[in-house]
Design a protein. Structure first.
Length: 660
């Protein structure tokens, strides 16, 4: 059983002998006057159920719950662990749709999920932010993506107002990774507030925060709700101080609603059912304890009393959910009343958040934090897909420039390995007695470029997934724009690294100093690195980092074995030869070999009496490349490149769907 709280706010909460009002010196109220004005959104649901499959069996998480969440109120969804509060939140946001039954209404009309997602924002429990951006840069990207050119001349004013209201104005130049937990939470809210969604969902907004940061966070949510927004959040077990800041409470137990109504009527409601909350005890803790069965089995009694969420306890009365219709579109009307046995009691608080005052009376919607420009969103995204592409591309380039591993360490590795290989294979390119060693050098080029290009993508791409999941769901951009930008963003850097490496090793190993041969050699190496990068994208999109790091090298073994270096094409059994056509390493190795030894290259120098490979044609015959075509190799690499890029996109699309 949870211990009784002894802090002052709990004492005030349970001191029913007198009305208590906490006064805080009001500050000048700040309003977001430049943000886009949105319509108010009331959300209601009826007979909502959710079922998941566990092997061959099905488990019911939500059991025909109903409820109504109003604009201008801060609503808390509470319940014991496993009660279904996160599931309910995910269904209301539209994050989960499969396995759901029931009716969800938006402003007393059947919810259009596409329109609803344009009007809502979902701030998840973990602060999914890019650590390599400053606060100002992150806000600028959000403004460009979410409101586009519609308010281009006011974007700076919108950003400044939001940051000022949320207490982040002095941190505009601070890197996101350098913010505290509470500041990161506020920044997550600020990013979504750019488009001023009228309904906002928060999953455990106080998770990981200290008591002071928790108070600031809930004060901020209270401020947003006072402006006419519908603010809904799950919260595990708030302190009495935080609990009193919520306007509305929706409590779940075992997938059913055991209370819905005002927070200051909870004790009275429980008392009517013979459940007396002890003096100086936090009602939030008490309702959780009751739901867990610590005072006996009362879940069925509570569910029946509140009709599984079809009734709403407000101001001592039960308000029926008249606007909700069942699956047959018949109105469900209830006329149940609970008598007032305890005098009117209210612990009112007026928290000040960064100079913003919340008053007991709701702020008038026309002059509230909802802004002054009335707009109903019509487009799916705030910017065009082409505009999204360039914005995300610019952001990705900033990431690359500031990422030590992605940029500088990789550049250092290419230069270091280039000089090491150049020293190892020093001046062997024109020596007829060292052709086999030179072929080993050509193969190692493929090996090095493959692993450096593939591994860095496998490691970095999955780390983008949580941010992609949040931003894509909240309609920042389309998946196509994001994927194209990510695909293109690293190609210039990979090209530069590859050119530096190839130039070093080509000159140090004394390969033919002919420009067209160098161009062919470099082109084959570049294509191999791009294809390997595509393999990394496929693996990174389909798997997590742990599985990808193990499986990608294992999956590359067949490509290496059938590359033509270890076994010539004629020596491969007929039933396995088809694998060689799938090996991009084979096409790269063959392309560099042709660039080095084909196209009528003169005889190689021979510093001993006999050189078997003095004639370049002999080398090609041994490799079974006499009839090989460099053009075919290039075309094959290009085709494999595009096939893998499309496959990576499809895997990414699939993974986004399965994660939800």
């Amino acid at each position: 059983m949870a211990s009784c709280s002894n802090n002052k706010d709990n004492i005030m909460l349970q001191n029913r002998s007198q009305d208590v009002k906490v006064q805080i010196v009001p500050a000048q109220q700040k309003k977001l006057v430049h943000v886009i004005k949105r319509e108010k959104v009331d959300l209601s649901f009826s007979n909502l159920s959710y079922t998941v499959k566990q092997g061959k069996q099905e488990k019911v998480i939500l059991k025909n719950v109903s409820g109504r969440l109003r604009s201008g109120e801060l609503t808390a969804i509470m319940g014991p662990s496993g009660a279904g509060k996160s599931t309910l939140l995910n269904i209301l946001t539209g994050y989960k749709t499969d396995g759901t039954k029931g009716q969800i209404m938006m402003n007393d009309q059947e919810r259009d999920l596409s329109k609803f997602r344009k009007l809502s924002a979902y701030i998840m429990q973990d602060n999914q932010l890019h650590g390599n951006l400053t606060v100002d840069e992150a806000m600028s990207v959000a403004a460009k993506l979410k409101i586009g050119d519609k308010m281009k001349h006011e974007q700076e004013s919108v950003i400044s107002e939001i940051l000022d209201t949320l207490g982040l104005l002095d941190h505009r130049k601070t890197m996101t990774s350098g913010l505290s937990g509470g500041q990161k939470k506020r920044l997550s809210i600020a990013l979504e507030l750019v488009s001023n969604p009228p309904i906002m969902f928060f999953d455990e907004p106080t998770s990981g925060l200290d008591s002071s940061s928790c108070f600031q966070c809930i004060s901020l949510l209270k401020t947003l709700a006072s402006g006419g927004r519908t603010i809904i959040c799950t919260i595990h077990q708030p302190s009495a101080r935080l609990f009193e800041m919520f306007d509305h409470l929706y409590t779940l137990a075992d997938g059913q609603c055991v209370y819905q109504g005002s927070t200051d009527r909870l004790v009275e409601f429980l008392g009517q059912l013979g459940l007396q909350c002890p003096s100086y005890h936090n009602p939030a803790s008490y309702i959780i304890e009751v739901a867990c069965g610590e005072y006996g089995e009362h879940t069925r009694t509570l569910v029946n009393a509140i009709k599984n969420g079809q009734e709403d306890i407000r101001d001592g009365k039960v308000v029926p959910q008249l606007a909700i219709t069942d699956g047959l579109n018949n109105s469900n009307k209830f006329a149940h009343d609970i008598k007032n046995t305890i005098g009117s009691m209210k612990v009112a608080s007026e928290p000040v958040y960064q100079g913003t005052t919340i008053e007991d009376d709701k702020v008038n919607a026309d002059s509230s934090l909802l802004g002054h420009i009335v707009e109903t969103p019509t487009k799916r995204y705030g910017n065009s897909e082409l505009g999204q592409f360039f914005i995300i591309l610019n952001r990705a380039l900033i990431f690359s420039r500031r990422d030590w591993t992605l940029m500088y360490l990789r550049l250092f590795a290419h230069i270091l390995v280039g000089f090491l290989i150049g020293a190892l294979y020093w001046q062997i390119g024109n020596d007829g007695n060292k052709v086999l060693s030179n072929l080993g050098f050509l193969f190692f080029n493929m090996l090095f470029l493959m692993y450096t290009s593939m591994t860095i993508t496998i490691l970095s791409f999955p780390l983008e997934m949580p941010v992609l999941l949040k931003e894509h769901f909240n309609r920042w951009y389309s998946l196509r724009s994001y994927y194209l930008a990510i695909t293109v963003s690293d190609m210039p850097f990979q090209t530069i690294f590859c050119v530096i490496y190839v130039t070093i090793v080509y000159l140090m190993t004394a390969q033919p100093l002919e420009f067209f041969r160098f161009g062919m050699f470099l082109s084959a190496c570049l294509l191999v690195s791009f294809v390997a990068q595509s393999v990394g994208l496929v693996v990174g999109a389909a798997m997590n980092v742990q599985n990808g790091v193990f499986l990608a090298p294992v999956m590359s073994v067949p490509f290496l074995l059938f590359s033509g270096f270890f076994v010539s094409f004629d020596a491969i059994p007929i039933y396995l030869r088809w694998i060689t056509y799938l090996s991009y390493i084979r096409y790269g190795f063959e392309g560099t070999a042709l660039a080095t030894y084909s196209f009528d290259r003169p005889k190689l120098q021979c510093f001993v009496n006999y050189c078997h490979f003095k004639k370049p044609e002999t080398t090609l015959e041994e490799l079974d490349m006499t009839d090989a075509s460099y053009l075919v190799d290039v075309v094959a690499l290009v085709v494999i490149f595009f096939v893998l890029r499309v496959a990576a996109y499809l895997f990414l699309k699939w993974k986004l769907k399965t994660n939800r």
